[in-house]
Design a binder for this molecule. Structure first.
Ligand code: UDX
Ligand code: UDX
Ligand code: ADP
Length: 482
């Protein structure tokens, strides 16, 4: 197995593989990095001026290394053959049918790429699991590779070392996170070969990350740490969102509560922003994985405990949606609702598990008309999300009820209520004049529901809006509401 890495292949040119390996190429000009994908449209986009992933700073990174030591290709086999080290960075969605449906990860993309590696490799390699996977996936990959490995041209048997190297980047800040990670986690077998492979990968990161930040563990610890880190982060959001409900019922202010708690160094002040609910491709999926794992291990109480984090998130979205309806005099039928922000967080065009999808579904069921504005998400993506099988099948009906707007003002024209679903700076920094123009164009009374706690409620009330912000005091529905 290689002890120094000169050539890297990344299988899967998605949100994780693309940015991660682009940064490796930038920081390691002496390493050839080839990112491959079976999806030719995606690869064409990576080779164009409009990358398939919107991520601040990514364009610059790709522009600097593409064609130098960074390549995007659909020739998976050639890239596998050439590489000393292969990142497996394919998607691992939650299963939608079969055993573990709704909880377990669908590993068939991981298995397919592992089998591909086994069948085309002509030299020994380090295989790195980069996708978030359930514990023990590395063991399965190992079995597949060992049972299928062939002989090199010189007659020696090819060998593989499997490492787990989960990615902790967050979308929207991917490049910043990759440049200065809190830690790089590398899990390996506790054997001489395993350690040697881990050191070879560590050496790649040490081109820009301080060695003290590289933490080497066993394979299972590494796999579990990824699920655990996401579960703990999501748990903080569900915890603060549960407190937001108490704040609204009592008149306390959740930002003050979060700040007061966060001043305790043991708690810390980060990741305590109350919201309409968390989204993104990782939190829900990883917790469901953890729930499924605990249950499979016969640890029912553990499984119930983590499942509650997701249930609280569903409740947060539902509670917010109900608040909108009850405030608008218990009906939004045929009313125009403006939805500001569709991405699951700011600075990304990604909508996976976005709270806005759940809210729009709810508003549609109440037969409202919805105008959606998001600075980055494409019209196509929004329509896809709202017509996704399982959400709604009737595309024609969606088109009758949903309009994609071109600006905040456009979305809010003639609306009864504005709903902020994503914390885009554009919404946060909108001036009093802009809000005044929006207010003027809306039906009266004009309601604003801030699902992200980003607007200046005092200023908006001065403008004339009736404002409800998550976790900030009770909504008063009667006309006395100032
Ligand atoms: C997350 C983890 O942060 C990252 O380490 C892991 O590698 C992948 O999953 P990501 O999903 O990209 O990253 O974004 P993150 O910033 O964690 O936000 C997730 C969701 O939680 C978003 O919908 C965000 O708006 C929400 N959130 C976050 C809150 O509602 N409140 C907060 O305080 C923080
Ligand atoms: C706690 C709070 O820390 C303090 O801020 C508050 O004012 C009163 O309650 P205390 O109960 O004195 O203080 O001790 P603490 O250090 O918080 O420990 C509580 C329990 O948790 C102990 O049994 C401790 O052993 C246990 N613990 C603490 C753990 O099991 N693991 C930990 O990581 C920390
Ligand atoms: P993530 O958020 O984990 O990066 P994505 O869905 O964005 O997930 O990206 C995963 C990518 O992996 C997709 O572009 C998909 O086409 C690609 N992929 C899946 N299976 C294979 C495979 N066997 N070989 C090459 N690419 C694959």
């Amino acid at each position: 197995v290689p002890t120094h890495v000169k050539s890297i292949c990344c299988i899967g040119a998605g949100y994780v593989g693309g940015p991660t390996c682009s940064v490796i190429a930038l920081k390691c000009p002496h390493i050839k990095v080839t990112i491959v994908d079976i999806n030719p449209v995606r690869i064409a986009a990576w080779n164009s001026d409009v990358l398939p992933v919107y991520e601040p700073g990514l364009d610059e990174v790709v522009r600097e290394c593409r064609g130098r030591n960074l390549f995007f290709s659909t020739d998976v086999d050639a890239a596998i053959k050439e590489a000393d080290l292969i990142f497996v960075s394919v998607n691992t969605p939650t299963k939608t049918s079969g055993v573990g449906k709704g909880f377990a990860a669908d590993l068939h993309y991981v298995e397919a790429s592992t089998r591909r590696i086994a069948s085309v490799a002509t030299s020994s390699k380090i295989i790195v699991e980069k996708s978030t996977v359930p514990c023990r996936t590395a063991a399965s990959m190992r079995t597949i590779l060992e049972s299928n490995s062939t002989f090199a041209a010189d007659g020696t048997q090819i060998s593989f070392q499997i490492l787990s190297n989960p990615e902790f980047l967050a979308e929207g800040t991917a490049i910043r996170d990759l440049f200065a990670p809190d830690r790089v986690l590398i899990g390996s077998l506790d054997t001489q070969q395993g350690k040697a492979a881990a050191n070879a990968l560590s050496e790649v990161y040490e081109n820009w990350v301080d060695r003290s930040k590289v933490y080497q563990t066993g394979l299972w610890s590494s796999e579990l740490s990824k699920l655990a880190a996401n579960a703990l982060l999501a748990q903080r959001i569900s915890s603060i969102n549960s407190l937001a409900a108490i704040c609204e019922a009592t008149g306390a202010n959740v930002d003050e509560v979060a700040h007061a708690c966060g001043l305790d160094g043991r708690i810390g002040n980060k990741f305590l922003k109350a919201s309409v609910g968390f989204g993104g491709s990782c939190f829900q999926k990883d917790i469901l994985n953890l729930v499924y794992l605990s249950e499979s291990l016969g640890l029912k109480e553990v499984s119930d405990y983590w499942h509650q984090v997701i249930k609280m998130n569903e409740y947060s979205k539902e509670r917010f949606a109900r608040k909108v309806v009850s405030t608008l005099f218990n009906t939004i039928t045929f009313k125009k609702i403006a939805v500001l922000g569709f991405a699951f967080k700011k600075d990304t065009g990604d909508t996976r598990e976005a709270a806005a999808i759940t809210l729009c579904k709810y508003f549609r069921q109440e037969r409202a008309f919805i105008a959606i504005y998001d600075p980055k998400v494409t019209t196509n993506q929004i329509m896809l999300d709202l017509t996704e099988p399982g959400v709604v099948d009737d595309a024609e009906a969606v088109r009758k009820q949903v309009r994609i707007a071109t600006s905040m003002q456009d979305a809010c024209d003639d609306a009864e209520a504005v709903i902020i679903c994503t914390e885009w700076d554009e919404f946060k920094n909108a001036s009093k004049q802009e809000w005044e123009a929006i207010y003027k164009a809306m039906k009266k009374p004009s309601f604003l529901f801030d699902g992200r706690g980003i607007v200046d409620t005092k200023m908006l009330r001065e403008v004339g809006f009736k404002v409800h912000a998550v976790g900030k005091g009770p909504v008063i529905v009667d006309p006395v509401w100032a």
